[in-house]
Ligand binder design. Structure first.
Ligand SMILES: Cc1ncc(COP(=O)(O)O)c(C=O)c1O
Length: 380
C-alpha cells in the first residue's frame, strides 16, 4: 500500500534516543522532563476516594465542574482574572491535547503560525498536520529574548496564530511584562489568536512574577492559555491539563475537543479538584523547585560548565563551550555513554537548528540524584 506521510520529517525523537541510551548505559537520567520522586500521597488518596465514590463514568465534555470551579478560583486569586467555569475553561488530556485541538480548531491550510525556537516538540507537527505553515523565530543563548522587530516583520495577513511559551522549555527563561506588552501591541486590532503555553506557570524563581497572558486585557481576549497538572502536581503520567479562553474561542475549541477525546479521566479530575481546595498545593511549587535549582547549581559551581541560573521551569541549561568544540548532540551522547549522565542537546528542540553548545538538564529529581549527577559533572 502506498501512502504519502502527512508528517514526513517526524521520526524518533532525541528524547527517546537519549532515554534508551541512558538505560543501556545505566546513566543518571536528567534528560527526561519529569520527577523521579512520588506524587503527593494525599492527592493519590483523593483520586482513590473519587473512584470509591462513583466518579467512574464519563465526565462532562468540558470537564468535572468542581475542577473547572477550582481553576476559575485560581485565576481569580492569582491574576485577578475571571474565566467563566462553564463557558471558558475546558479540562484536557494534558497540555498536549489542548494544544493539538486549539491548532486544529483554527489553523487552515496555508495559514501561518509564528513559533519561537527552540520549541517544545508538539507545536510544529500540530500546525503541519493541519496544513499550516510554521514561521520560526530564533531565540539565542544566553537570554533567549525575542526580537520584537523580527516578530513584527514576520506578521502578515496570513498569520493566524502566535504560539508562546513562558516559562520556557528548554531554556528556563521567562518573558517579562514588557515582552507581553510588545506582543499585545503587535496583535492589537488583528484577528491573530495567541496560544500561550503556561505549563510551568507555578515554577518561577527569585520572586519574579509569572506574566500570564490573562493579565493583559487585549491579549486575554485573543488567547488560549494551556496548563498541565502533570507539571504542577508531579504526576505527568496522569495527562490531565486544561485550557482557558474567552467564550467565543472556547466554543470553537470544544467542537474539536468533543470529537477528539470527548472528556478525560474522571476520578483524577475530581481528586485534583479536591486537592486544589488548598492553594498551598500549587503555591509552594516555586520554593520547592527553587531549592532544587539552587542545590544543583551550588553542587556544580566549580565545574567547567557555565550557566545563568534558570528563571523558571525545572530545567537548567549548561554551556559546555569551555570543555569541547563537539556539537551538542555528539557531546550529549558521549556524556551518556562515557560519563553516565543523560541530558538533552538544545539544537534538537523542534525547529531549532542552532548549536549554542548548551545542554538541558532536568532538576526535578531527588536530592540524592542531583548529588550523584553533580559528582559526574564536576569530573568532566
Ligand atoms: C512547554 C511544554 N508544553 C506542553 C507540555 C505537555 O504537557 P502535558 O504532559 O500536560 O501534555 C510540556 C511537557 O513537557 C512542556 O514542556
Amino acid at each position: 500500500m502506498q501512502h504519502n506521510s502527512k508528517l514526513p520529517n517526524v521520526g524518533t525523537t532525541i528524547f527517546t534516543v537519549m532515554s534508551a541510551l541512558a538505560n543501556q548505559h545505566n546513566a543518571i537520567n536528567l534528560s527526561q522532563g519529569f520527577p523521579n520522586y512520588p506524587s503527593n500521597q494525599k492527592l493519590i488518596d483523593l483520586v482513590n476516594d473519587a473512584m470509591n465514590n462513583g466518579y467512574n463514568q464519563y465526565a462532562p465534555m468540558s470537564g468535572n465542574l468542581d475542577l473547572r470551579l477550582a481553576i476559575a478560583n485560581k485565576y481569580q486569586r492569582l491574576y485577578n482574572s475571571t474565566y467563566h467555569p462553564e463557558k471558558e475553561i475546558t479540562v484536557t488530556s494534558g497540555a498536549t491535547q489542548a494544544i493539538y485541538c486549539i491548532v486544529s480548531a483554527f489553523v487552515r491550510p496555508n495559514d501561518e503560525v509564528i513559533v519561537f525556537k527552540p520549541a517544545y516538540d508538539c507545536y510544529k507537527p500540530a500546525v503541519e498536520v493541519n496544513g499550516g505553515k510554521v514561521i520560526p523565530i530564533q531565540l539565542s543563548a544566553p537570554d533567549y529574548k525575542p526580537d520584537w522587530n523580527e516578530v513584527a516583520s514576520k506578521l502578515s495577513s496570513k498569520t493566524k496564530m502566535i504560539l508562546i511559551n513562558s516559562p520556557h522549555n528548554p531554556s528556563g527563561t521567562i518573558w517579562s511584562k514588557e515582552d507581553m506588552l510588545r506582543l499585545q501591541k503587535l496583535t492589537e486590532g488583528t484577528d491573530i489568536i495567541v496560544l500561550s503555553d503556561e505549563v510551568y506557570e507555578h515554577i518561577v524563581f527569585d520572586g519574579e512574577q509569572h506574566q500570564s497572558a490573562c493579565l493583559f486585557q487585549d491579549l486575554k481576549q485573543r488567547s488560549f492559555i494551556t496548563a498541565s497538572f502533570g507539571k504542577t502536581f508531579h504526576n505527568t503520567g496522569w495527562k490531565i491539563g486544561y485550557t482557558c479562553a474567552p467564550a467565543e474561542l472556547m466554543q470553537e475549541f470544544r467542537k474539536v475537543h468533543q470529537f477528539n477525546v470527548f472528556s478525560v479521566h474522571h476520578p483524577s479530575q475530581k481528586g485534583i479538584a479536591d486537592y486544589m481546595q488548598d492553594a498551598n498545593t500549587y503555591l509552594g511549587l516555586n520554593q520547592f523547585f527553587q531549592q532544587k535549582r539552587d542545590l544543583f547549581l551550588s553542587l556544580i559551581k566549580d565545574s567547567k560548565f557555565k550557566f545563568t541560573p534558570s528563571k523558571g521551569t525545572y530545567f537548567q541549561v549548561l554551556d559546555y563551550s569551555d570543555i569541547t568544540d563537539e556539537n551538542d548532540v555528539d557531546f550529549a551522547k558521549r556524556l551518556t555513554t562515557e560519563f553516565g549522565i543523560a541530558s538533552i542537546p538544545l539544537s534538537v528542540f523542534n525547529l531549532n537548528q542552532k548549536d549554542d553548545k548548551v545542554l538541558r538538564f532536568c532538576f526535578a529529581k531527588t536530592d540524592e540524584t542531583l548529588l550523584k549527577a553533580s559528582e559526574i559533572l564536576n569530573k568532566i
